[in-house]
Design a binder for this molecule. Structure first.
Ligand SMILES: [Zn+2]
Length: 252
């Protein structure tokens, strides 16, 4: 049974992932409906600590994930990409290691009030005007796909929903902010808010472009492309045919 000492050991095992941006995934359906993976995907893990019988994972933007292990829950750390046994509740992938949580049974997100974090995409309703203002405060050459992952500008959009929202709004992730109208920025944010809210409510839409490089675009049949973007080199996915205007560093 996981007691405090076991939680402290788990916290210690997770330390090598602190400071890294993680890719998050919830293979287990009970965990997937919580929307936890989407909310922490792409965020930097800032601290892991055991508090009482909880493991607290603190992410940038004031996002705190609480994991309570009850009787059977467990965290372990292994090399990234090792074979998956069963269906973990949560996988957090770093550069070389990944943290795996199995058997839940409690994963909850809490949001600390942090001034530097941008408006929450999952607020009801999301403050789109404030998000547009913050995006407009950026260097006009900054690509919109990169800016959307900056939690100081908009909190809560991970790499998957970034790609899917841009595709739905027909905006290329490579377009410089200067080249995207307020209306288009707003449509991207509206799509992101809708997709994330639907995912949290358990009605997840199929992915059109995320991790579908080389396959045909479901809208126009063009070939979906992928390329690392921004400081974190997160992979952007887009259809150059129906998301025109900026095809990445090569311009091809
Ligand atoms: Zn297309």
């Amino acid at each position: 049974m996981p007691e405090g000492d076991a939680l402290h050991r788990a916290a210690r095992r997770l330390q090598p992932l602190v400071g890294q941006r993680v890719q998050a995934e919830s293979p287990h359906p009970r965990a997937a409906v919580t929307g936890v993976a989407e909310r922490v995907d792409g965020l930097r893990l800032e601290a892991v600590e055991a508090v009482g019988k909880n493991l607290l994972l603190r992410f940038e933007g004031g996002v705190v994930l609480r994991s309570h292990l009850r009787m059977r829950g467990r965290w372990f750390v292994r090399p990234r990409g090792a074979a998956v046994l069963g269906r973990p509740w949560l996988v957090l992938r770093g550069d070389r290691l990944e943290a795996v949580q199995v058997n839940g049974p409690v994963l909850e997100l809490h949001q600390r009030a942090v001034r530097r974090v941008g408006p929450d995409i999952l607020a009801r309703p999301p403050d789109l005007d404030a998000m547009v203002d913050r995006l407009r405060s950026q260097h006009p050459e900054r690509a919109i796909g990169d800016a959307l992952l900056d939690q100081r500008l908009v909190a809560g959009i991970g790499n998957m929903w970034k790609a899917e929202a841009l595709w739905r709004a027909r905006v290329s992730p490579w377009r410089p902010l200067a080249d995207v109208s307020d209306d288009d920025v707003r449509r991207v944010l509206e799509e992101a808010a809708r997709l994330l809210r639907a995912s949290v409510d358990g009605v997840r839409e199929g992915r059109a472009v995320y991790r579908k490089a080389g396959r045909p675009c479901p809208r126009c049949g063009g070939r979906i492309r992928s390329r690392g973007q921004g400081d974190g080199n997160r992979i952007a996915y887009w259809c150059p045919r129906c998301q025109p205007g900026g095809d990445g560093p090569t311009g091809a």
